[in-house]
Design a protein around this ligand. Structure first.
Ligand code: SF4
Length: 220
């Protein structure tokens, strides 16, 4: 069972994924409950649910999506950045906070390393205890905005080469909206949407997604 802050249930109470997961874990003894929480939500409202899970020894896996910013409200800093509206302040890394609560089963993985992330989730879900995965990767929207605002060249879009054998993992499993599928199954890249971060390349079993050969778009 998976709870996300965007699920129908939690849309009403967006920051309480960890608390909801704790309740659901009591009645899901044959399958592990997995909950998701963003890094900013972790600080502003996720902690009570986590403390509750530790204190009451609940059994679920929490995946914290740590993109280093508060993307949903306009890229404000979080306590994990060590910066507030007035400048530098005390930094509170997520892992340190979790360890301070006595949580032992913590894994930190680059969210773009699909294989390692899969291994981490599989291991965490197999453990009969509360476990946390911190899936880290900088917010790419913020990164692109910074590249544009400093006039730097943007990375080139990916392209799909002749090795494409229509597995459609890019469309169906990875689901980046950049990938478009025609009625005959042909997949193509929408250049207006692609930010060229290349995280999709590892998704294709045929290795048909490759970095573009253009030298990169000029920032607009
Ligand atoms: S490079 Fe990034 S934006 Fe472009 S298709 Fe791949 S994942 Fe999507």
């Amino acid at each position: 069972m998976v709870i996300t802050s965007g699920s129908a249930l939690s849309r009403l109470r967006a920051p309480f994924g960890s608390g909801t997961a704790a309740g659901l874990s009591l009645f899901n003894t044959s399958r592990k409950v997995v909950a998701f929480l963003g890094d900013s939500t972790f600080y502003h409202a996720g902690l009570p649910g986590i403390i509750n899970a530790v204190y009451n020894q609940h059994n679920f896996t929490l995946i914290i999506l740590d993109n280093g910013t508060t993307a949903m409200t306009g890229h404000q800093n979080t306590p994990g950045n060590g910066l507030n509206a007035n400048g530098p302040t005390v930094k509170m890394p997520i892992r340190q906070v979790l360890e301070g609560l006595g949580i032992k089963n913590i894994q930190e993985v680059d969210a773009y390393a699909q294989g390692k992330l899969r291994e981490a989730v599989t291991a965490a879900v197999a453990e009969p205890t509360f476990s946390v995965i911190i899936a880290k990767h900088p917010c790419m929207l913020k990164t692109m905005r910074e590249l544009r605002s400093t006039g730097k060249t943007l990375p080139p879009e990916v392209t799909i080469n002749k090795d494409c054998s229509l597995h459609h993992d890019c469309v169906e499993a990875f689901a980046c909206p950049t990938f478009q599928r025609d009625a005959d199954g042909t997949v193509w890249v929408s250049k207006d949407l692609c930010i060229g971060d290349g995280s999709c390349k590892q998704t294709c079993p045929a290795k048909a997604i490759v970095s573009g050969t253009n030298s990169g778009k000029e920032a607009k």
